[in-house]
Ligand binder design. Structure first.
Ligand SMILES: Cc1cc2nc3c(=O)[nH]c(=O)nc-3n(C[C@H](O)[C@H](O)[C@H](O)COP(=O)(O)OP(=O)(O)OC[C@H]3O[C@@H](n4cnc5c(N)ncnc54)[C@H](O)[C@@H]3O)c2cc1C
Length: 413
């Protein structure tokens, strides 16, 4: 490898930044270039729907990388630059400003972008949430006297709803499915979250189709299939995200619900790896089923693993999928993959907190989902994650009671 080409990482988000740091921590000695199309240095996204909206004081971004770290780790960050094409045979990356950069190895960490409403009227009051700039635009509506509409009862929509409501705004959540959190969250947990929102004054309307949206510079009107017309000051659209695959498609990489990688996070083209929200990968814990995760810890862990493999290791990614969400005073956590129709055992933890254990056909623990105030479910969820990783068949009665989950972990030989 020549010393001046090195590794280029496209996408300066959580995953790309972690990979860059990890390369240096692992002793990588050649150049590392981190390219991002945002103007900002890499920052954390989870606070965007929580603290950034909730705090009355001017928000500060939580940086993943700052100038000091960039300097100390000799990482070159090129901001406000979009990578537009890869010449995979010449191993060159083109930027939209005309620059062309040679690489030895390339890591794509291009993340995901909010799914847009088709045919939505143009208007400054229909907002999406992915970036710090999106969050700052939304912040001005987080106050008493405002009516905030949220389209989509998924995690981001519900976190925005909780933040807006906590800041005194009137909030209406509109979900076309018959319940919120339909994707990957069991019904009892969705019921708890619905009740939590309603207790706090949020209106949750499920099972209604949106027939039309009208917007001008000051208001948005949403016409629903049940006859309601809801006028709001701002409409936040949270109807899911799509992997950013434009660059990978242009380069001819295999795509399958995101950039398709193998268990070592290698794409279909030699010397190009992908990680984080943008890629789908086969998971050994779920029979090699291809997953694409939009989760903070996955972005971190895959960035770290990709860095090791870019340096010649051949590690397989097998971390238990994990996601958390904070809404009002409650935290919801999911470990593993929740499929409907599986056997479920419920453990009560007091104060309305509970965990559901999801078992497969061979009674192996494959997922756990918990909800409760504060960090009530945290300890048992951590242990559940370890049990899932160890592919344990726990006794049902031990799961249902308050028996120690730690005692179910296989003892080291
Ligand atoms: C509002 C919000 C709240 C969240 N809360 C939680 C939470 O509570 N718990 C949890 O587990 N997860 C949460 N997440 C998810 C978590 O933040 C993401 O999974 C994580 O940020 C993914 O990291 P990534 O690096 O893969 O992608 P991203 O963070 O999206 O970074 C990708 C970067 O690449 C850039 N890019 C894309 N294409 C190009 C190109 N061609 N050239 C240059 N740059 C490019 C993008 O602009 C972006 O800056 C939340 C996400 C959001 C948006």
């Amino acid at each position: 490898m020549s010393s001046d080409t090195g590794i280029i990482i496209v996408g300066a988000g959580e995953c790309g930044a972690r990979a860059a740091l990890s390369l240096r921590e692992n002793g990588y000695r050649h150049s590392i270039t981190l390219i991002g199309d945002e103007v900002h240095l890499p920052y954390e996204r989870p606070p965007l729907s929580k603290q950034v909206l909730l705090d009355a004081a001017e928000p500060r971004t939580s940086a993943v990388l700052n100038d000091i770290l960039l300097g100390e780790h000799a990482i070159r960050h090129i901001g406000s630059a979009s990578a537009s094409a890869i010449d995979t045979s010449a191993k060159r990356l083109a930027l939209s400003d005309g620059r062309v950069l040679p690489y030895d190895k390339l890591l794509l960490t291009t993340g995901a972008a909010p799914r847009r409403l088709p045919d939505a009227p143009a208007g400054s009051r229909i907002l999406y949430l992915r970036t710090i700039d999106d969050a700052l635009a939304l912040r001005s509506f987080m106050r008493a006297g405002m009516h905030v509409g949220v389209l989509g009862g998924g995690f981001i929509g519900l976190e925005v709803a909780a933040s807006a409501c906590s800041r005194g705004a009137k909030v209406t959540v509109i979900e076309t499915q018959e319940r919120i959190l339909k994707r990957g969250v069991p019904a009892p947990i969705a019921e708890t979250i619905t009740a939590l929102h309603q207790r706090n004054g949020v209106t949750v309307k499920c099972g209604v189709a949106v027939l039309g949206i009208e917007a001008d510079e000051r208001r948005v009107g949403i016409t629903l299939s049940d006859g309601d017309v809801i006028p709001v000051d701002v409409l936040v659209v949270g109807i899911g995200a799509q992997p950013r695959t434009e660059l990978a498609v242009q380069a001819g990489l295999a795509i399958d619900n995101g950039i398709a990688v193998n268990e070592r996070l290698e794409t279909s083209v030699t010397d190009i790896h992908a990680a984080g929200d943008c890629c789908s990968f086969p998971h050994p814990l779920y029979g090699g089923r291809r997953l694409r995760l939009e989760a903070w810890r996955n972005a971190q862990d895959q960035g770290i693993l990709a860095a090791a493999n870019l340096m010649g290791e051949a590690r397989s990614y097998q971390a238990v999928p994990y996601f958390w969400s904070d809404q009002f005073d409650h935290t919801l956590q999911i470990a593993g993959v929740v499929d409907e129709g599986r056997a479920v055992v419920r453990r009560e933890l007091g104060d309305g907190a509970f965990i559901l254990f999801h078992l497969d056909d061979e009674w192996r623990l494959v997922a756990a989902s918990g909800v409760g105030p504060g960090n009530r479910v945290a300890k048992d969820m951590k242990l559940s994650e370890m049990l899932i990783a160890k592919r344990v068949n726990p006794p049902i009665e031990a799961l249902a009671t308050d028996a120690s989950l730690k005692s179910l972990l296989p003892r080291a030989a």
